[in-house]
Ligand binder design. Sequence first.
Ligand code: FEO
Length: 411
Amino acid sequence: MIYPKIRLSENIYWVGTNDRKTRLFENYWPIPLGIAYNSYLILDDQITLMDTVSMGTMDSFLEKLKEILNGRAINYLIINHMEPDHSGAVKTIINEFPQVTIVGNNRTFPMLEGYYGIKKNLMEVKENAVLHTGQHQFHFYLTPMVHWPETMMTYESTEKILFSADAFGSYGTLDGGIFDDELNLSFYEDEMRRYYSNIVGKYGLQVQKALAKLESLDLRMIASTHGPIWRLHIPKVVEFYRNWSTYKTEQGVVIAFGSMYGNTEKMADIIARAIAEEDIRNVRIYDVSKTHSSYIISDIWKYRGVILGSCAYNGGIFTPMRDLLMQLEHIMPRNHFLSIFGSMSWGGGGVSTLKKFAENIKWELIGEAIEVKHSPSDKDIVSLIELGKQMARRLKENDSSFSENNKPEMI
Ligand code: FEO
């Protein structure tokens, strides 16, 4: 089969694959619009492959590779990241090209042996090491926890391309367009933030360190392992990462509720109306039974206000809300305002669990927690309206002090 060859430059090719079959990335995060596993082939005196792809898309990957190689062998396989969505084809590459040298760092190789039993033909690189393959020079930067401890980035200095592993990646397949100037960016902006918040968001400090390391590089392209190759909007995506990793948010409120029979949902609607009446334009309400936490977390990364509400369930909190709370406590986004509410029929358990969450997450608590018995009374409705107004006022007050300082809050 003859694949159209996709070039980043005369001798650098995209050999990645699109995965439209997998429903859940990491078997957890929904990817209704798929995901791309980007891999790159660099032709030179010595041929280099940059990362591989997930096992499920190996056939088309190998076909593309062989078409471009035209009988030549791969000399180096650089592994920037060992997570199996990128290392899934390593064993196959070694079977096809037994002389290939695997390039990684001292944290790569124990994983390579552990996952795949590979322990030969290894070249260990350290921070700032350089590999020459002819015209191309690969510089290595260790960027642990962006996203795993072994993760590194590779900068090719002749063509000024940063191979950034998961960083600057996005959910979503590459449907024809490969480069950021070939596709509609609004889709990828949202999917990039969802990917960041779900996958990398826990490691904000490490992302900041990686950004500091890369600051002095002259970048013509950023080639991540997922999503578009950035060449037009490099300053913009670097700014996204700077903002997301420092938890800079916009004025707006995410209201997430868990409700069995609609009473807690009713409370969410009352609060949302009060916020809107205070001229806050970005208010999103999510039913945690319907919307996966992936999307709610992504919006929490965008908006400063968070309001969580739950009914009681078997003496505790409603199960889908418990899942969201667990994810948030795990990822630990910062710099939010939080309000809580809920309902109960006899013994409670929803609001008391939300109060414990509030203690753990340490976001600024706005207003008193409101717990309604059965369904909201007129008195409850007044309290809910006041809670919404308090959140809106705090957001506006914060925005005026933010514009005075005009800088993101650093962790
Ligand atoms: Fe795309 Fe952390 O793997």
